[in-house]
Design a protein around this ligand. Structure first.
Ligand SMILES: Cc1cc2nc3c(=O)[nH]c(=O)nc-3n(C[C@H](O)[C@H](O)[C@H](O)COP(=O)(O)OP(=O)(O)OC[C@H]3O[C@@H](n4cnc5c(N)ncnc54)[C@H](O)[C@@H]3O)c2cc1C
Length: 386
């Protein structure tokens, strides 16, 4: 597998696209701008001034469109590289019951779309899109809920059950994204319930394990024991984790032990151990390796070979985010591996908080933007030389 083949990586990109991507990644690398960006947007967003600028730049790079229909071109473009699409409705931070209910309708629309389009193998949701963050946080602490909160939490569980049931009926597996540790316990518990209910015959529901957490290998082992005892399949999306700064800040502020690994090496070690664990238990576990890390992707490729697993075995998927690491997605797609991109979508104004979060995450990802920049430069050089 040669991830350095920039001709394949950028084959769908015009010279103008490459220039735009270059400048975007350059700007994302400017920490000062990313730090003051949210404030600038807060000031100017009500005037709608930034919308056209965002739409033509970051939105174009990292999002598929404002609606499911608008993502059609992106789905086609990705499929021309044998890369599938995971439509990700990325509206964050709206905490109203009506919004939570309309998020369910949107998720079910995605499942329907996936049923009619073989280029969409999964659907996905972020639990905090279906219930108040503070409520999940309270459930996490195991504090007694009031009667109203009990009823509210029931509604959250019902919404999630409705989406998993729709996934089950459509036979389209669904990913449950992982979020901050201080809301993750109820999410893990709901995910377990959903696996018990819908993964009896095959894997429909996938939870996500953030391997920057020190306790996730134990979590995987415990889940495997439960699944073996009760007879259901496990779906697991493995990620390193996107909230490291918030996690460390909170642990420091509230004086509890940091639940994160101390170093990237430790996170890498556990991520790779988790990949091995899933492959060694592939009869029971379906795996999505959601990573831009070349070494982890190569490790999984090697393990598949070692265990004589066909490259198109649908228990194993690789996934990256739209607009990033095309050198991994496109080169793997070309070779015939199951590979997909998360394609965020939603109205520009509502998706902007997600885009800011991603940009902030990029600044903390050592080498990620640098890697993107050097690949774009290599491709520009290659095009000039022919
Ligand atoms: C398809 C897809 C789905 C995703 N879903 C989720 C999700 O549900 N929940 C979620 O949280 N994230 C999710 N992510 C985001 C993912 O967690 C980040 O993209 C990821 O952390 C970047 O890591 P990487 O594997 O691409 O590799 P790299 O870029 O090699 O790793 C960077 C990561 O390593 C970890 N790290 C860096 N420095 C340190 C340190 N000093 N100590 C400990 N650890 C460190 C951090 O997690 C950091 O983000 C998803 C990503 C993809 C591609």
């Amino acid at each position: 597998m040669d991830f350095n083949n920039t001709e394949i990586a950028f084959s769908g990109k015009s010279n103008t696209d490459l220039k735009r991507s270059y400048w975007l990644f350059k700007i994302i690398g400017w920490n000062w701008l990313i730090k003051i960006g949210p404030l600038l947007l807060k000031i100017f967003m009500p005037l709608w001034i930034p919308i056209p600028i965002i739409k033509a730049t970051v939105f174009k790079q990292f999002c598929g469109g404002e609606s499911i229909d608008e993502c059609e071109n992106t789905i086609k473009e990705l499929s021309s590289h044998n890369v599938k699409t995971i439509l990700d409705y990325s509206v964050e931070g709206k905490e109203e019951e009506t919004v939570f209910d309309s998020n369910v309708r949107e998720a079910i629309a995605v499942i329907k779309k996936a049923k009619s389009n073989t280029n969409i193998p999964f659907s996905v949701f972020k639990p905090s899109g279906f219930g108040r963050f503070e409520l999940l946080q309270k459930v996490n602490t195991k504090h007694l809920l009031t009667q109203n909160e009990e009823a509210e939490f029931e509604r959250v569980k019902n919404r999630i059950d409705k989406m998993c049931a729709a996934s089950f009926d459509a036979s389209i597996p669904i990913f449950i994204d992982a979020e901050e540790t201080w809301i993750q316990n109820p999410v893990d518990e709901i995910a377990l319930e959903m696996m018990r209910k819908y993964n009896k015959e095959k894997t429909i529901v996938f939870n996500t394990a953030q391997m920057y957490r020190i306790d996730r290998i134990t979590y995987l082992n415990e889940l495997k024991t439960i699944a073996e005892n009760e007879g259901f399949f496990i779906g697991m999306k493995l990620v390193r984790g996107a909230y490291i700064e918030q996690e460390r800040d909170r642990a420091k502020k509230m004086s509890y032990d940091d639940p994160m690994h101390k170093t990237q090496e430790d996170t890498d070690k556990d991520f790779n151990l988790a990949v091995k664990f899933c492959i060694e238990n592939i009869e029971k576990i379906s795996l999505c390796c959601a990573s831009h890390n070349e070494k982890s992707n190569l490790l999984l490729i090697d393990l598949m070979k070692k265990h004589s697993i066909d490259i198109s075995d649908n228990r194993i998927y690789f996934a990256q985010l739209l607009g990033m690491s095309d050198h991994i997605s496109n080169n793997m797609g070309k070779k015939g591996y199951n590979v997909a991109k998360y394609v965020p979508y939603g109205p520009v104004k509502d998706v902007t908080p997600y885009l800011i979060r991603r940009a902030e995450e990029n600044t903390s990802m050592a080498g990620q933007t640098g890697r993107e920049l050097s690949l774009i430069l290599a491709e520009q050089q290659r095009r000039k030389s022919i």
